[in-house]
Ligand binder design. Structure first.
Ligand code: SF4
Length: 62
């Protein structure tokens, strides 16, 4: 799995950080940051769910 996020469209909702703090964090302005772009298998479902739940579709999962 490869996870990336687009800071330009992130609206700082924090949903992804709340759901999967092992993978998503926020910078000092609240914009999403991916801290683990290749998460372990046990987090894949949670990451996909977070990507689906992002209100601006800013999270990409390949
Ligand atoms: S869920 Fe989407 S909009 Fe909200 S913090 Fe994460 S990337 Fe940004």
């Amino acid at each position: 799995m490869k996870v990336s996020a687009t800071g330009e469209t992130c609206v700082v909702s924090s949903l992804c950080v709340y759901r999967v703090p092992e993978v998503f964090d926020q910078d000092e302005e609240g914009t999403v940051r991916v801290i683990d772009p290749d998460p372990p298998a046990e987090l894949h479902d949670a990451v996909r769910s977070a990507a689906r739940g992002c209100p601006t579709r800013s999270i990409r999962v390949e």
